[in-house]
Every structure is written in structure tokens, then in C-alpha cells.
Design a binder for this molecule. Structure first.
Ligand SMILES: Cc1cc2nc3c(=O)[nH]c(=O)nc-3n(C[C@H](O)[C@H](O)[C@H](O)COP(=O)(O)O)c2cc1C
Length: 333
């Protein structure tokens, strides 16, 4: 209701400016955990149907996807809005500015976004300091995954060093670590989506992440026997699960800005990839579905395809911050 009134104002701003305004508001809320708790109980009112996986308790199945709170500035706000878990990041070992603006675009007729942010983030040490403060004061009681990536200036042959150093710094402060090898906006990154490279990365990260479960996030373009082979190699290397999918590259399309497409156009492809991953991975792996979730029916579709949990980002821009809570209620019904 409130968001319906606010949306025209936010949409009158350039997309990334609107994002910063919204994130600043979330950051203010996050500084007040009692208010966030009150908001969750009295306004967001998610339907908590706890799910136990990997030794963690998820209050319900609908979480925040990576990229919205890259720097972990508003964890209590996400609790207040009624989310069931978080994925923060993607965070690189060293801070970096990302690509020049404009780099985020609304595609309103498709309820979609295109972004080419390029892992703009404060760097692992700064985010770790923030999370450490959060943990010492009491973090919200839901699982927090932290997504790690490589700096743009690191040659792809040395990518492993970057993932490993980001994971070493951040894993102790996370419940899960996710490995982003699927952003279309860091040149060469997706070349890590081969059985050999992905397995080596999972092994390297597991060595430093103190037993935290490791999830690997895939691009929607990865499919068929290649996807099956990477899934199996990651599991053999000790991965606990997968996130499917990241954004769809718009390269070669002249109807859209260059970058990664998210939102409704990803819905069907995400469902197909989740089903394929579940078939290849078996029952034990945790599968997180992501792409075009914007209501309870679309979330249920991904769960039916084999996901244990779902995440969303783009639909929050179009439908507002209480969407995850509303979807959790719809799922319970
Ligand atoms: C502006 C923007 C930034 C993103 N940044 C990241 C990121 O840093 N790491 C990542 O793994 N995914 C990132 N994503 C991808 C989302 O996590 C998600 O996989 C994708 O948007 C599909 O979900 P959706 O349709 O619900 O948005 C980003 C998406 C958007 C729109």
C-alpha cells in the first residue's frame, strides 16, 4: 500500500539513484533492531514454516538474492521486511568501484532490470568489520549467506586466490558461503563454470571457510550435459548446494542495454535449470531457486521444480519490500 504511493517517486529517479535512496532508508531501519522486530511482527507478518537444512533453520523459504545489499549495510531491515534468509555480496577481496554509471536500467514493460554493476563493493575487510559488529551486538535470527567473487583487475588465472582470500575473511561471519562464477559483468568470470575450474574453486574455498556450507551460483546460459558435469564436479569437491540462476547476458541483443537481465524474463529458464540441477545433484544438495520470483505462484513453481528455497531481487523494485513476507503467506496457503 505504502509502496504503491512511493513507487512513482522512486521511478522518477534514475534506477541506481532510486536503489541508493531505498537502501539508505533500509540502513536507517537496520540501526534500530527493536523497530525491525516490531515491523516483522506487526506489518510484514511472514508465515514462518521453519525449514531445517545443512544444520541451519530457515524461518521460511523466501530470501533476498545477492546484489541488493552488497555491503551488508541493512541486515536487520531485511528481518523487519519479513525475509527468511539473506545472501549478501558479492564481495571481492579488495574494494572496487565497479563499472561507470549508468549501469542499472528498468525494463518496465517486462518487469525486468538490466544491470552491469561490475561488483561495486567495499571489499572483504570493510564488510567483515561491519558483520563482526553485527554479530557482536546480535544478528537477526535467520541464515546469512555471503557471496564472494574476484576483483576485476585480477587475471582470471589467479581467480582462485581472490575467492580464497575473500572467503577466508568473510566465512567466519557467515552461515553459508556462495561462490559467484556467473556474473556476466566481470570479463572471463563465467569461464570458471567448467567441471575442473569450479571443483578447484570449491576445494580452495572449503579449505578456508571453517566448515561453512559452500554453494555455487550458476548462469542461466549453462545447461544440458555441461551443467550436469559442473554440478557433479562441485558435489565431488564438497559443495553443499547450488543457486540457480544469475542474470541472463544481453550481449548481442540490440533491444536491451548491455549487462545482465533479471526479473520476469528469467522465470521459465530458472525453473528449467533448477529441475536439471536437482536431477543431477540428487536429494542431498541444497538448491536455491532464483529468477523472476514475483508472487507465491512463481515461487511455488520453482519449489515444485526442485528448489528448497527461493530468492528474489527484481520483483522488490516493482512490488516493494514486503513482497517476500507476502509470498511466504501465499506459500503456506
Ligand atoms: C542490480 C543487480 C545487481 C546484482 N548483483 C549481484 C551480485 O553482486 N552477485 C550475484 O550473485 N548476483 C547478483 N545479481 C543477480 C541476482 O542475485 C539474481 O540472481 C537475479 O537478479 C535473478 O533474480 P531476480 O529475477 O529475482 O532479480 C544482481 C542483480 C541485480 C538486478
Amino acid at each position: 500500500m505504502l509502496y504503491k504511493a512511493l513507487r512513482p517517486l522512486l521511478f522518477s529517479l534514475e534506477a541506481e539513484t532510486a536503489h541508493h535512496v531505498a537502501l539508505r532508508a533500509a540502513r536507517c531501519l537496520s540501526a534500530l533492531p527493536p523497530v525491525a522486530r516490531w515491523l516483522r511482527r506487526n506489518v510484514a507478518r511472514p508465515a514462518d514454516v521453519p525449514l531445517e537444512r545443512l544444520g541451519l533453520t530457515f524461518p521460511h523459504r523466501v530470501g533476498l538474492a545477492a546484489g541488493l545489499d552488497k555491503n551488508a549495510v541493512a541486515p536487520w531491515a531485511w528481518w523487519g521486511f519479513g525475509f527468511g534468509f539473506l545472501e549478501l555480496g558479492t564481495i571481492t577481496p579488495r574494494p572496487q568501484a565497479g563499472n561507470p554509471r549508468p549501469r542499472m536500467f528498468r525494463i518496465r514493460q517486462q518487469s525486468a532490470l538490466v544491470n552491469r554493476m561490475g561488483f561495486n563493493n567495499d571489499g572483504a575487510e570493510a564488510v567483515a568489520a561491519r558483520l563482526s559488529k553485527l554479530r557482536s551486538r546480535g544478528a537477526p535470527p535467520f541464515p546469512i549467506a555471503i557471496s564472494v567473487g574476484k576483483n576485476a583487475t585480477t587475471p582470471i588465472e589467479q581467480a582462485e586466490d581472490d575467492y580464497r582470500s575473500a572467503a577466508r575473511i568473510l566465512a567466519p561471519l557467515a552461515d553459508l558461503v556462495s561462490v559467484n562464477i556467473s556474473s556476466p559483468n566481470t570479463p572471463g568470470l563465467r569461464s570458471l563454470q567448467t567441471p575442473g575450474q569450479a571443483a578447484r574453486l570449491v576445494e580452495a574455498i572449503r579449505e578456508v571457510c571453517q566448515g561453512r556450507p559452500v554453494l555455487v551460483k550458476f548462469a542461466p546460459e549453462l545447461e544440458g550435459p555441461e551443467l550436469d558435469a559442473v554440478v557433479r564436479a562441485c558435489l565431488d569437491a564438497g559443495a553443499a548446494g547450488f543457486i540457480a540462476t544469475n542474470t541472463l547476458s544481453t550481449r548481442g541483443r540490440d533491444d536491451l542495454p548491455e549487462g545482465g537481465l533479471s526479473g520476469l524474463p528469467l522465470k521459465d529458464i530458472a525453473r528449467e535449470r533448477i529441475a536439471a540441477i536437482r536431477r543431477a545433484a540428487g536429494d542431498a544438495a541444497l538448491v536455491v531457486g532464483c529468477g523472476g520470483v514475483d508472487d507465491a505462484a512463481s515461487a511455488q513453481t520453482l519449489l515444485d521444480a526442485g528448489a528448497d528455497l527461493v530468492q528474489l531481487y527484481t520483483a522488490l523494485v516493482y512490488k516493494g519490500p514486503f513482497l517476500a513476507a507476502a509470498i511466504s503467506r501465499g506459500l503456506r496457503r
